[in-house]
Design a protein around this ligand. Structure first.
Ligand code: SF4
Ligand code: SF4
Length: 240
């Protein structure tokens, strides 16, 4: 059984947002919400200024807070596959009332430290990154990886030491967004995500959508403090 995971090498990301666009096209993600996007921020003062790019998506957490919240809500539509992908079982929402679906979505949205869950304004259903599981099942990589012009995103079986993704994790210092002491672990490993590279305070102020654009009071991506689970002290895996 594979353990799917993604490595994102921040040193290679050029901030082109091709991943964001490919994801939207592949998964028909409407305007105003995202399954993955790239945050930009600048560090330094003129003339010594650098722009950094930071792609984010669902971490496919080892012990996912969204799953726990969904179970506590009594619906349990969020689940993790045996190969490590966190998905939503829409069959479990079919016979639910709009109010129950809203409560389920709200529970997951509030639980997710990365604001990776949103309500699709067209379907009114909760949604999130699936690692393009429909493509992975057919032996393809996620759309964001397929399109990544900088080859910053690498996807593969991280339990297979021969996979490129596993080799990258083994040979580079990596960080995950979820801290280990929060029951963390993750399916997304960053190379180059460190206290020196990431300006946590700048990231906290990031915002991509105005939730008032929609008549739906639980679209909440980027409305609160982002990256609740991550601090510059998040442990580093130093490779082997
Ligand atoms: S990042 Fe958020 S949506 Fe993804 S598995 Fe973790 S808690 Fe769930
Ligand atoms: S497609 Fe690749 S290089 Fe471009 S922004 Fe996304 S992760 Fe970075």
């Amino acid at each position: 059984m594979p353990r799917w995971g993604m490595v994102i090498d921040l040193r290679r990301c050029i901030g082109c947002n091709a991943c964001t666009v490919a994801c939207k096209a592949e998964n028909e993600v409407p305007l105003g919400v995202w399954r993955t996007h790239v945050r930009y921020y600048e560090k330094g003062r003129y003339p010594h200024v650098k722009r950094h790019f930071f792609p984010i998506l669902c971490d496919h957490c080892e012990e996912a807070p969204c799953i726990e919240a969904s179970e506590n809500n009594g619906v349990g539509s969020f689940y993790k596959t045996d190969d490590g992908i966190v998905l939503i079982d829409y069959k479990k929402l079919e016979k639910r009332t709009p109010a129950q679906i809203k409560t389920e979505a709200k529970a997951a949205i509030e639980a997710c430290p990365l604001e990776a869950v949103f309500v699709n304004p067209l379907t009114n259903l909760p949604e999130k990154c699936t690692f393009c599981s429909h493509r992975v099942e057919k032996g393809l990589v996620p759309a964001c990886v397929q399109t990544c012009i900088g080859r910053a995103r690498v996807f593969g079986d991280i339990s297979d030491r021969k996979s490129v993704a596993a080799k990258l994790i083994a040979s580079n210092p990596t960080r995950t967004m979820m801290p280990a002491d929060d029951g963390g672990g993750s399916g997304v490993y960053y190379i180059g995500l460190d206290a020196a590279h990431i300006d946590y305070e700048a990231l906290k102020g990031g915002r991509q959508i105005d939730p008032k654009d929609f008549d739906n009071d639980i679209i909440s991506q980027n409305t609160g403090p982002v990256f609740k689970g991550w601090t510059p002290n998040t442990p580093v895996n130093h490779g082997k």
